[in-house]
Every structure is written in C-alpha cells, then in structure tokens.
Design a protein around this ligand. Structure first.
Ligand code: ATP
Ligand code: MG
Length: 429
C-alpha cells in the first residue's frame, strides 16, 4: 500500500506553482504600494488565542480547529486564520512603537477540519492584511479598494458585498430583535440554528442551509439598528468607496464566520466556484487588540484572500496569466569529449542569467532533441564529434528551424558572449 496525503491536504504540484507564484507576486507588489510590511508568524499557537478571538460559539472554534495537547499537556492549535496570531505578535513585541505604519501582511497555510470540496480544503492558504490604530472610514474603503485592485490586476471578475455589524453599543438591541424573530420560527430552522439562537444568534444568518436562508429573508436587518456613530461610519465608508469607483452591493445579512468583527465587513464573491463563493473577506475588529490584552482603543481592520480559490478562478478566467516558462537554450553535447567541453560553458551561461538545460549523460541526438522539446527550448546548440573537430557548433532556432554556425574555440567568456548575443541579445552586457 502506498501512502497518500491526508484527506483535504493537497500537494501543489510543479505545473500549478507558476499560478501560485504569479498570484503571490501580484499581491506582494500591491501590498508594498500601499505601505504594508510583511510579518511571518508561527503555525502553532495556544488554543486560547483562537477561542478568545474568533469566539467559542463559532463553527471554527466549535468543530473545525486542529487542536491537541502537546507533550507537556498544553492545548495547542494549528492556526485556522491569520488575524489572531498577527495581533498576538503585534502586542507581544510592542510593534506599535517600532513600525513606521501599522500595516502588516502575511501569506501562509491555515488549517480547518471542514468537509473537503472543490475550493475547500483542510490545509488552505491565505494572503491576509491587518491595519491597526486607525478607525477612519477612509481606511475601510482604502483596504477594500486594495483587495479589489488585487483581483483587477489578476484579471479576475468578482462582486463585492459590504455590511456593517455595528458595535457593542448598538448590537445588543439588534440581537434582541433577532432572537425574538427566531423564537417565532424555531420549527422552521435547522438544529444548529435553533441552538445558535441561544448561544450566538447572529451566527444563524451565516447558515449554509437554503431552507434556513429562506426564513431569514424577512429577518430584522442590522443596518436598521446601527447607532448614530456606526451609521455615520458606514455612510462614510460607502461614500469613500464611491470616490474610488469601487462597485459594491450592501448585504445587511452578511455576518461573517468570526465573532470579532465590528462595523464594516465585506466579502468578494463569485458564482464560478459552486458553493465556495467567497474568494476574500474581512472587516473591522475594533475591540480585538484590547480583548487579546493589548492597548485599549487600538482599532483594527483586515481581510484575507483564499489562494486556492484564486488559483481556481485564475485557471478558469485568465488561463493565459502565466505562460509556461521556456528554456533559452538546450545544449546537446554528443559524446564524452563534447560533454566535457560543453559542461563549463553551460554553467557560465547560467551564471550570466540564461535558462539553460543540458543532458548530462550525452545521450543520442534524437533523445536530446526530444528533451529540448519537452523543456520548451527556444534554441538548441548541437556539439558532436564533427563540430568539435571543426570548432563550429550548430545553433538551431526551434521556432524558425533555421540553423547557423557558432564558433566553439577561444576563451569561454567570449564564447558565451557570442551565444547570448544569438539567443537572448537583451541579456548581453
Ligand atoms: P466560507 O464561507 O467559504 O467558509 P469563511 O467565511 O470561513 O469562508 P474566512 O475565514 O473569512 O472564510 O477566510 C477568508 C478566505 O479564506 C475565504 O474567503 C476563502 O477564500 C478562504 N477560505 C476559508 N476557508 C477555506 C477552506 N477551508 N479552504 C479554502 N479556502 C478557504
Ligand atoms: Mg468557513
């Protein structure tokens, strides 16, 4: 029996990696333009960190976390999301005083024990950003616009939904209204929702059952219950998004799956990935730093994008985003003497920046031409006994099939310069 990967854990194979790198590079470049610094935080944290931030009565903490006791008996958890670890680090290292701006991003794996499906894995990857210390609505709009720009530069089409979840001043009254609404419908909603109407009523709106969702169409909307401050904040956020010409729809029933959100929340959704509609999501979490033992009145906002879903979308919507990499030159040396002559030239060409391949064993010409095709070589340099004797190798342009002679005598440096001039003149210096 061969050993296979765990269910929901996926290898990212070499032919997919170009897409991943393209997405990461696009995002990193945009993060930099917006003044973000990268931070890398551990995969294992104390379980308490997530229980206290995400919330005890959420799907993630109740049933999705990979938690176990380590050899000392401490309960530790493989991070299911990035915000809590980044904030833990921010607080622990007093980054507030050390950074020029409180803008952080991180890219890496997350772990949730969910039912694996297309675009839903148990180990998945997020690119996530956090901004701390500012609650101005222009920041909310700036961040949403940055997420939008990432998708735009990747050539992806999604739609944006926004909502406000209010604050500790206005949410309790909304919760009461919702609890009343749910109490009148206990028989028509699923068991999870019945339980949640007691433990964490807002969560019911996030229920994935379409039957429950039909019931909630007439539920009270949080937007009708916002206090004047939250109402104004949401108005300004929308006005700022308008200034940046980012199109959005307001969805008053979007609550997100984590308890720490306050005020602005948003999701970037697509209908191209079946039930896995969100490619990115986030929102404001103004009380979270304090809740984790950090400074009082340190507001925060962030979002995360799911890499697997971006990769799926990109291969559906913009497959040409990453053309296969080509090999500049394949050196086909025939026989031991030619191989010995070519070997150091290949190394020197690589040192000079060319992508070069060579068959180390000096196989037959036919076999080497096949290898050159597989490597998508633009040029092949053929060096056999005859070419060695005359000091003239053959350079074949694989697209036009034209062949020309290249002198193979003299110092290696000069030889390389001639080859680079023939193969990639823009890289000769
Ligand atoms: P969903 O509603 O699809 O479960 P979520 O609300 O749990 O998503 P977040 O916790 O906000 O997601 O994470 C942000 C992004 O991370 C999501 O928009 C999605 O793209 C991605 N993501 C979340 N869970 C998974 C998963 N199990 N597999 C792959 N990607 C995921
Ligand atoms: Mg989820």
């Amino acid at each position: 029996m061969t050993i296979q990967a765990l269910k929901g854990f996926k290898d990212i194979l070499p032919d997919e990696v170009a897409l991943w790198q393209h997405i990461e590079a696009t995002a990193r470049n945009i993060f930099q333009r917006f003044g973000f610094n990268e931070i890398r935080v551990p995969i294992l944290e104390k379980t308490e960190l997530f229980a206290r931030s995400i919330g005890e009565a959420t799907d993630i903490v109740e049933k999705e976390m990979y938690s176990f006791s380590d050899r000392n008996g401490d309960s530790i958890t493989m991070r299911p999301e990035g915000t809590a670890p980044v904030l833990r680090s921010f607080i622990e290292h007093g980054l507030q005083a050390k950074l020029p701006v409180q803008r952080l991003y991180t890219i890496g794996p997350m772990f949730r024990h969910e039912r694996p499906q297309k675009g839903r894995l148990r180990q998945f990857h997020q690119m996530s950003v956090e901004v701390l210390g500012l609650n101005h609505p222009r920041l909310d709009a700036e961040l949403i616009a940055m997420a939008w720009l990432i998708l735009e530069e990747l050539g992806l089409t999604t739609s944006l939904q926004i909502n406000s979840l209010g604050c500790p001043a206005c949410r309790p009254a909304y919760k009461d209204a919702l609890v009343q609404f749910l109490a009148a419908r206990t028989e028509h909603i699923c068991e999870d929702c019945q339980r949640r109407s007691q433990s964490n009523p807002l969560r019911v709106l996030d229920c994935k059952s379409s039957h429950c969702q039909e019931q909630y169409v007439t539920a009270p909307a949080i937007l009708d219950h916002l206090c004047p401050d939250c109402d104004e904040h949401f108005k300004q956020t929308r006005a700022s998004l308008d200034l940046l010409a980012v199109p959005y729809t307001v969805n008053p029933f979007m609550v997100r799956g984590l308890d720490y959100y306050t005020r602005t929340t948003f999701e970037l959704v697509t209908d191209a990935l079946g039930a896995q509609s969100a490619v990115g999501a986030g929102g404001r979490y103004d009380g979270l730093v304090e809740q984790l033992g950090g400074a009082k009145s340190m507001p925060g906002i962030g979002f995360a994008m799911g890499m697997e879903r971006l990769v799926l979308l990109l291969s559906q919507q913009n497959a040409d985003a990453c053309p296969d990499t080509e090999t500049d030159l394949f050196v086909a040396a025939l026989g031991e003497e030619a191989a010995v002559a070519a070997f150091p030239v290949v190394h020197l060409l690589r040192r000079k920046g060319l992508q070069v391949a060579m068959d180390l064993e000096g196989k037959s010409l036919k076999s080497q031409m096949k290898q050159a095709d597989r490597a998508k070589a633009r040029f092949v340099l053929i060096l056999g006994e005859e070419e060695l004797a005359t000091g003239q190798a053959i350079l074949r342009d694989m697209a036009s099939k034209e062949q020309r002679q290249i002198p193979m005598v003299g110092p290696q440096e000069a030889l390389c310069a001639v080859l680079i001039e023939a193969v990639a003149p823009d890289r000769n210096n």
